[in-house]
Design a protein. Structure first.
Length: 396
């Protein structure tokens, strides 16, 4: 029986709240706060209709530490789940320390003025969380999140050493729009227009943005897709925690139409985060573009098809080489029917609920700042099967 405060009423926040409401034996009180209270109220109404569970709603500016501390002191939750944007990670960690509340998120901190994500800013909180006797769990979405747990699961049950890790994120869904992103457009475009980066024999190797690709044959009828090498935040912690890793890469599928639009937008400066003067007002082209693009939430009823995200791992077991693929397939239509969101929000919101459940039930515990792969993967893997993201593993 515990109390959770979720911050952020976007696509991921909505799924997480719906999923928490399905597990009342753990989440006995659900509180939801965001910048725009009406969005929290709409989620609460949907949850009430679907599950009968009441969700309390609040307005908060999560950039304002004092405001969040006041809310935390009023609600006194056991855990704050940050499903706002990566910019809010540090102010929310500060607020948790001040109010004595445990912290969890799904995305690595990113400074608003620089499109760069690195864990160094959040790792700098380790000692303060340790001294306060609090837990901070970083990156409990799908990737990062489930992909970290898949690696820990493989390490625990299948390998003595993992030498090569390829995380492959495939969205084989179609929303019928000329160009739209499946989660927050600003965060998404900042991420995919960055230089690529992968780990090779102890160092990071950089590549030009989306300049490397490979074809991969996805299982269960999804078929052949082109995947592009990108930098993704879970690589940074996995290379520290997975024994023997010699190469770690992250790949994501993109369609030609998506990439053509992206290149044109980039070419004309629309993806830039450098403010420009427009009729006496400073505007950031990317933020303006976000305002023009479809809201990811509006894609829910339009998106058909499936996602397939997983880890291909090669390593050694009992002196013999072994290659294992652990993956989940999630249907956009089924996710929409269950919680009113497409599979990108679903595959992030479900692990957010499960990560929160691991902490609140004490299955995962510790003082300090942690990554998913540092805890026992078994209860998390079991919960994925039970709560809508069943996984499969095949030896290749
Ligand atoms: P959305 O843009 O749909 O939602 C973000 C929510 O946060 C909105 O409700 C927004 O409010 C709110 N918010 C923004 N700034 C503040 C603030 N200062 N104070 C309070 N609330 C604020 O994003 P998503 O739901 O798509 O993504 C949520 C998070 O999940 C992001 O950090 C994203 O990077 C992460 N993510 C992680 C994935 C993973 O697999 N690990 C995959 C996909 C996403 P308002 O509505 O007023 O703008």
């Amino acid at each position: 029986m515990s109390k959770v405060l979720i911050i952020g009423a976007g696509g991921v926040g909505s799924v997480a709240v719906h999923k928490c409401a399905q597990v009342p034996e753990v989440f006995s009180e659900i509180h939801l706060a965001s910048r725009t209270k009406s969005k929290c109220d709409a989620i609460a109404a949907s949850v009430k209709e679907r599950t009968g569970v009441d969700v309390s709603t609040y307005q908060v500016d999560a950039d304002n530490v004092a405001e969040t501390v006041t809310l935390l002191k009023q609600i006194k939750p056991d855990l704050l789940v940050n499903l706002a944007l990566p910019y809010q990670d540090l102010p929310l960690m500060d607020a948790c320390l001040e109010a004595g509340v445990n912290y969890m998120d799904t995305a690595n901190y990113e400074p608003p003025e620089e499109a760069k994500f690195e864990y160094k800013w959040q790792w700098a909180y380790r000692e303060r969380f340790e001294q306060a006797g609090l837990t901070a769990l970083l990156g409990s979405g799908f990737d990062p999140g489930v992909t970290n747990v898949f690696a820990a699961h493989a390490m625990k049950h299948h390998f003595d050493e993992i030498h090569v890790l390829d995380i492959i994120d495939c969205n084989a869904g179609d929303h019928g729009q000329a160009f739209a992103t499946n989660f927050n457009p600003e965060i998404n475009i900042r991420e995919i227009t960055q230089r690529g980066r992968y780990w090779e024999r102890g160092e990071w190797v950089e590549t030009d943005p989306l300049s490397w690709s490979m074809d991969y044959e996805f299982p269960e009828g999804i078929g052949h897709k082109k995947c592009y090498l990108m930098y993704h935040e879970e690589l940074e912690s996995l290379v520290m925690h997975i024994k023997g890793l010699k190469r770690a890469r992250f790949w994501m599928t993109f369609g030609d139409q998506y990439l053509t639009h992206l290149r044109v937008l980039e070419g004309i400066g629309m993806t830039s985060i450098e403010p420009i003067d427009y009729k006496g007002q400073q505007i950031q082209p990317l933020q303006f573009l976000k305002a023009v693009l479809p809201e990811p939430g509006s894609l829910g009823p339009l998106t058909k098809g499936r996602t397939c995200i997983g880890n291909v791992m090669t390593g050694i077991k009992d002196g013999k080489e072994k290659k294992l693929y652990v993956y989940n397939i999630c249907s956009h239509e089924d996710a929409y029917e269950e919680v009113g969101s497409q599979a990108i929000s679903y595959t992030t919101g479900v692990p957010a609920m499960i990560g929160a459940m691991m902490l609140l039930t004490g299955k995962w515990s510790g003082k300090g700042v942690f990554h998913m792969e540092q805890f026992d993967p078994d209860p998390f893997m079991e919960a994925l099967n039970k709560h809508g993201l069943p996984w499969h593993e095949v030896e290749l």
